[in-house]
Ligand binder design. Structure first.
Ligand code: CP
Ligand code: NVA
Length: 311
């Protein structure tokens, strides 16, 4: 314990070491148990700028609420407010915002944009989702898995669906914390090869087995079943075609039969019921979907408190 994350960025799950991930998760647990665990107003007079180039329910509301609960303030910047890259360069936006605010959170399309913000900002930058990664989501997912399974290392997690941003961050995170990860996708929709390679390399030293498959039978014995939409934000034009290709890559009664009887069900939401998950399965007692959504609040409060040097 005692990692100093003050001033650091959280753009990728790889920005935190295994020990740092576990320490932030412990802070999140403490904040959930007692919202004053970090003192009454640890981020008093601190401001978070929230840049959104895509829609959001959970990320926007949990970051804004989290900042209020920590005694600070959050500013929502809609796509049309700053027209990032059109009205003004990413570099100038990073430099200007750094003169006003204490943390920047950004939800973007290309991952290079959030990397560029982090490069030029003089305050911490948090990735609130890019086309490549969604690390804040994975911190909430890990908090939820610990709540239900008491551990991360050795847990057999299985992600079913598109090899997307959420899958990438899960693979990076799982590899770091020693969780086994099987990603099952239709052929041609696997996670990026570089992510699989890097996650497998990290996993080699932490005991995490990373496996990519096109066969639903590899969900066999999973402790965690996880899915996400088949077409992500920005891929709306592919949604109809993907419905046919992805039809069997979903969490339903058949997937539940393959998994361990006590397997928990996760979905980062928003859900498209009767596509990647059926409604009845999503409401089973083993579903932790809404705990997962709640934990965005606690996990992100912990991330902000650590990056602000207040833990
Ligand atoms: N899971 C998630 O990031 O949800 P939003 O898109 O609503 O923020
Ligand atoms: N993969 C999804 C996640 C939404 C939270 C998307 O990028 O739209």
């Amino acid at each position: 314990m005692g990692a100093d994350l003050k001033g650091r960025n959280f753009v990728s799950m790889l920005d935190l070491s295994r020990e740092e991930i576990l320490e932030v998760l412990d802070t999140a647990r403490r904040l959930k148990e007692d919202h004053k665990a970090m003192g009454k107003k640890p981020l008093k007079r601190k401001t978070l700028a929230m840049i959104f180039l895509k829609p959001s329910l959970r990320t926007r509301v949990s970051f804004e609420t989290g900042m209020t609960q920590l005694g600070g303030h959050a500013i929502y910047l809609a796509p049309t407010d700053i027209s990032l890259g059109k009205r003004e360069t990413t570099e100038d936006i990073a430099l200007v915002l750094s003169r006003y605010v204490d943390i920047i959170m950004a939800r973007v399309f290309g991952h290079d944009v959030v990397v560029d913000l982090a490069k030029h900002a003089t305050v911490p930058v948090i990735n609130g989702l890019s086309d490549f990664e969604h690390p804040c989501q994975i911190m909430a997912d890990f908090q939820t898995i610990i709540e239900r399974k008491d551990r991360l290392d050795g847990v057999k997690a299985c992600y079913i669906g598109d090899g997307n941003n959420v899958a990438h961050s899960l693979m990076f995170g799982a590899a770091q914390v020693g969780m086994h990860m099987t990603v099952i996708t239709p052929p041609g929709y696997e996670p990026k090869g570089e992510v699989t390679k890097q996650a497998a390399e990290i996993g080699g030293s932490t005991g995490s087995k990373i496996n990519v498959s096109n066969d639903m039978a590899t969900a066999n014995g999973a402790d965690v079943l996880y899915t996400d939409v088949w077409a992500s934000m920005g891929q709306e034009d592919q949604a109809a075609a993907r419905k046919k290709l992805f039809a069997k890559y979903r969490i339903d009664g058949n997937a539940m039969k393959l998994a361990h009887p006590n397997a928990i069900i996760l979905h980062c939401l928003p859900a498209h019921y009767d596509e990647e998950i059926d409604y009845a399965t999503s409401r089973l007692p083993n579903s932790a979907i809404f705990d997962q959504a709640e934990n965005r609040l606690h996990a992100q409060k912990a991330i902000m408190a650590h990056l602000a040097g207040k833990v």
